[in-house]
Design a protein around this ligand. Structure first.
Ligand SMILES: Nc1c(C(=O)O)ncn1[C@@H]1O[C@H](COP(=O)(O)O)[C@@H](O)[C@H]1O
Length: 202
C-alpha cells in the first residue's frame, strides 16, 4: 500500500479514537470515486453550503454543522474505503454522500454495507451507474438519488440531520419556501407575458 493511503488511513483511525464531541466533527462525509467526479458532485456541496454548512478541511469549521470531502475508491483504494466506512460513526459522521461513475459504481454500495448503520446516499455519476448504485440485496440498504442529482443528495443529507436539529429543519423550510416563491414568480411571468414573449426573454 502507498504511503499516502497509509497516512490517510492512520489519520482516520486516530480521529476515530479521539472521541471528540459532535460539535467538533464533520456531520456529512462527501466521498467520490475520482476527482473527475467533482463537477457532478459539486451539487452536494452547493446544497450543503446553501444551508449554512461549511467544509471542514481538517482544521475544524466555523459553522456548527459541517461536511468533509475525500476521493475514495472501492476498486482503486479498497483499504481506504474500508477504513473510511468503518470509522464513519466513531468519527462523528451522521450521513455519507457517496458518488461514483461507470458501469461498476461500487463505492456507494460497499460504503453503505460497511458504514451501516450510518446512512449512505448514493449518487450515480452517470446514467449507466444507476443499477450498480441502487442494486442492493434485502437487509443491506442504500438511499440513492437519480444520476447526477447530487444537489438532492445534499438536501437529503440535511434532512437526515434535521431529525435531531430543529435549526436545520427551519433552514430546510426556508429553502423550500424560497424555491416555491421562485417558481411562483416564473409562473406569474409566463402567465402575464404569454408563451411567445416569455420564450423570447425568459
Ligand atoms: N466507480 C468508481 C469507483 C468505485 O466504485 O470504487 N472508483 C472509481 N470509479 C469511477 O471511475 C470513473 C472514472 O474515473 P477516472 O476519471 O479517475 O478514470 C469515475 O466516475 C469514478 O467514480
Amino acid at each position: 500500500m502507498s504511503t499516502e493511503i497509509d497516512d490517510l488511513i492512520d489519520e482516520l483511525r486516530s480521529e476515530a479514537a479521539m472521541d471528540r464531541p459532535s460539535v467538533e466533527t464533520p456531520d456529512v462525509g462527501i466521498i467520490m470515486g475520482s476527482d473527475s467526479d467533482l463537477d457532478t458532485m459539486a451539487g452536494a456541496y452547493e446544497a450543503l453550503s446553501e444551508l449554512g454548512l461549511d467544509e471542514d478541511t481538517g482544521e475544524g469549521a466555523e459553522s456548527r454543522f459541517s461536511y468533509e470531502s475525500y476521493v475514495v475508491s472501492a476498486h482503486r483504494t479498497p483499504d481506504l474505503m474500508y477504513a473510511y466506512a468503518e470509522t464513519a460513526r466513531e468519527r462523528g459522521l451522521s450521513v455519507i454522500i457517496a458518488g461514483a461513475g461507470g458501469k461498476s459504481a461500487d463505492l456507494p454500495n460497499m460504503t453503505a454495507s460497511i458504514a451501516f448503520p450510518v446512512p449512505v446516499i448514493g449518487v450515480p455519476v452517470q446514467e449507466k451507474s444507476v443499477d450498480s448504485v441502487i442494486g442492493m440485496p434485502t437487509g443491506a440498504p442504500i438511499v440513492a438519488v437519480d444520476a447526477g442529482k447530487s444537489f438532492n443528495a445534499g438536501l437529503s443529507a440535511a434532512q437526515i440531520l434535521a431529525g435531531d436539529h430543529e435549526e436545520l429543519a427551519d433552514r430546510l423550510v426556508d429553502y423550500h419556501e424560497e424555491l416555491e416563491s421562485e417558481v411562483g414568480a416564473v409562473s406569474r411571468e409566463l402567465h402575464e407575458q404569454g408563451i411567445e414573449v416569455f420564450r423570447e426573454d425568459p
